[in-house]
Write a protein that binds this ligand. Structure first.
Ligand SMILES: [Zn+2]
Length: 309
């Protein structure tokens, strides 16, 4: 077993990245590499859902406060009049969207690249990137923090599942709607690399870069293999490993990374075992050969050329 990892902290991949960029290891980690570690993926969003649900379900909104005009999209000032008085009846997740179902409509939240939600007592002094507060009549506050402002906080009064952001999404990976048979059928004739195929939101939602790398390693499939050239049995295995790895990540609270924080405000850290991601040049945990790293569709791709084919 490998020790728990903390991203690139001590990896050869990190040292190599530094030398390529002409930096010394003590210099700040280069930005493009950090980005992939900070993005909340499906397990983080599910963890957030489970963390906030007991604190917001059944609560009535007293006040909605915006401290910026725009995240990914403009924040609608009308919500500060529309939301107070409404009770949150239910909290759901679809892909990486959190849905706060209120009496007259639904708040749709996306954490973007660096967003997080916390429950704090109303009136808690805000910090620099705390952009939205939903204050409840019980004195608690749901606070959205988002340093990079790629997140979303929008409202719809139609069925949220028919909203343009949600209605074209593929199946949820942790439901029976995501099966080996369907994946195999959808891949027929596709020349796209399988890793890119499983990261397409129409194929299945919420399989981000870290989990795509790890699931393909466990399934023994090379990430650059054409999606249409993978057999039905191997798709069965891949669906199993995707579900397995997402469940494991959710169980340990998501691979909470860099500026993603747990709902209770403690800084996050890696607790899940990563077998290939970020391990370029390090020995494969199965065969001992070095892990390869290449870009595939602009994303870092890690695999063992011996174990994956
Ligand atoms: Zn190997």
């Amino acid at each position: 077993m490998l020790p728990p990892r903390s991203g690139f902290e001590n990896s050869k991949a990190r040292l190599k990245a530094f030398s390529l960029l002409g930096l010394k290891p003590n210099d700040r980690q280069p930005e493009p590499l950090v980005t992939e570690f900070t993005m909340p993926e499906l397990p983080e969003v599910e963890t957030t859902l489970r963390g906030i649900a007991p604190h917001v379900t059944g609560r009535t909104i007293l006040e909605c406060v915006f401290r910026t005009v725009k995240l990914r999209w403009p924040l609608d000032p009308a919500l500060c009049r529309l939301l107070p008085g409404q009770k949150i009846q239910k909290v759901e997740r679809r892909a990486k969207y959190l849905l706060l179902l209120c009496e007259k409509g639904t708040i749709i939240i996306h954490l973007g690249m660096s967003g997080s939600l916390r429950i704090v007592p109303a009136g808690t002094t805000e910090r620099k990137h705390d952009h939205v507060d939903l204050i409840f009549t019980d004195g608690q506050c749901l606070r959205l923090t988002d340093p990079r402002k790629f997140g979303a906080f929008i409202y719809t009064d139609i069925d949220p599942y028919r909203h343009k952001l949600l209605h074209n999404l593929g199946p949820e990976p942790l439901t029976d709607a995501f099966s080996g048979d369907d994946l195999y059928a959808a891949a027929k004739g596709r020349r796209l690399a399988i890793k890119q195929f499983i990261m397409e939101q129409k194929t299945v939602v919420g399989v981000g870069n870290i989990y795509a790398n790890e699931a393909l390693f466990r399934a023994g499939i090379r990430p650059d293999r054409a999606a249409g050239r993978v057999g039905a049995n191997r798709y069965e295995t891949l669906v199993y490993t995707i579900k397995e790895i997402l469940r494991e990540a959710i169980d340990v609270g998501g691979t909470t990374i860099n500026d993603f924080s747990q709902v209770d405000g403690k800084p996050g850290y890696f607790t899940q075992q990563l077998q290939v991601y970020g391990r370029s040049g390090e020995p494969c945990v199965v065969c001992g050969q070095p892990i390869h790293n290449q870009r595939l569709g602009q994303r870092s791709t890690f695999f063992c050329p011996t174990c994956q084919h």
